[in-house]
Design a protein around this ligand. Structure first.
Ligand code: FAD
Length: 317
């Protein structure tokens, strides 16, 4: 059986959209088998995984897995690779899962591809590398292909799978228990979608001019149901929190639509957003480098253009 393991991303028992995307991808290449690492799987989560094509759901219902950062998940996957001989392992290209993928590659003596934005026959991946500076097509030539795929690379499509549950137990090494989580600090979850997973991102840069003016960016984001992002110039100035910075030293996003307002398009910013499907730039300087990258450009003052756009979007709702 050409089983493909998909590591489930979940928050408080709720399966994240990127997992549904990975299951959709896996289905086009083999037989998807979801891997639930840790306690707390719900009937709802199981049916969601099956609804998007999981034929199997491997459940490692052990508190240890989530108590010790990333190492236990890598050990769990390594054990499943040894026991089930999958044809590939897919994880989301999130900070946590990329680390898991790297550790898994070492443990299984396999090749790993990160930041894939597409995956086709033979597990050939379209990959954005060197901070987004170069796009290549890559294939793992040793061991079990391990691929970390960026959120929003595939549209999730439902197709029912059997969702047969199999409990798995994992014996963790001492090394996996070397660093333990002693406290979890809950982040305020706003009404907006999570930046790295959002289908639409509206970002503001130095051109926004002040922290107060970011309400203009938020207004458009809320009209579109989008996440808000910011350039480093804006976060360094204290206009928007650092956790929303997009770019080489911030978050990598790959949405369907990225709107950059008052952002010049420096290479370090591009590194975090250039795999967006459609890029719209709003900038008063017609020579701004962001226009080289943009699919659509508006030359104008964002303080006029963005509110008009917001009004227009709201009118059409
Ligand atoms: P600017 O480059 O100053 O551009 C502002 C733009 O706004 C201009 O194009 C201007 O024409 C336009 N503008 C001004 N007023 C208006 C208006 N009213 N209406 C419309 N347009 C207007 N940057 C990141 O973003 N993310 C990173 O992760 C990141 N990492 C970095 C890592 C390193 C090691 C280094 C050295 C730099 C990094 N940078 C990063 C910084 C990066 O080089 C740029 O300095 C930064 O992206 C610039 O932000 P900006 O485009 O908002 O500002």
């Amino acid at each position: 059986m050409s089983e493909i393991l998909v590591l489930v991303e979940q928050v408080e028992g709720e399966v994240k959209k990127v997992t549904l995307e990975l299951l959709t991808l896996a289905r086009s290449l083999g037989t998807p088998a979801a891997v639930w690492a840790g306690p707390g799987i719900t009937a709802e989560a199981k049916s969601r995984l099956a609804e998007y094509g999981a034929e199997k759901i491997y459940v490692a219902d052990s508190g240890d897995i989530v108590d010790y950062v990333v190492a236990p998940k890598a050990e769990l996957l390594a054990q499943l690779v040894a026991d089930k001989s999958p044809v590939a392992v897919l994880v989301a290209a999130t900070a946590e899962s990329k680390e898991i993928a790297g550790r898994l590659a070492v443990k299984t003596d396999s090749g790993v591809i990160t930041d894939a934005v597409g995956l086709g026959e033979g597990f050939v991946a379209d990959q954005s590398i060197f901070g987004g500076g170069v796009n290549v097509r890559s294939k793992v030539s040793k061991g079990t292909p391990i691929v970390a795929v960026r959120p929003n690379s595939t549209a999730p499509v439902a197709a029912s799978g059997a969702g047969a549950e199999e409990q798995v137990s994992v014996t963790l090494s001492d090394a996996a228990k070397a660093a333990r989580i002693v406290e979890r600090v809950k982040q305020e979850k706003g009404a907006r979608p999570e930046l790295t997973e959002a289908a639409i991102v509206v970002s503001g840069g130095r051109g926004v001019g002040s922290a107060e003016n970011f309400s203009v960016i938020e207004g458009l984001a809320d009209a579109l149901g989008a996440a808000v992002g910011a350039s480093r110039a804006a976060t360094d100035a204290g206009w928007y929190p650092h956790q929303f910075q997009v770019g080489q030293t911030g978050k990598t996003v790959s949405p369907q639509l990225y709107i950059a307002a008052g952002i010049s398009g420096a290479i370090q910013h591009r590194a975090g957003m250039q795999t967006a499907k459609t890029i719209v730039a709003i900038n008063k300087d017609p020579e701004a480098p962001i226009f080289e990258l943009a699919d659509y450009g508006v030359v104008g003052d964002l303080h006029q253009v963005v509110p008009q756009l917001t009004e227009e979007v709201n009118k059409r709702k």
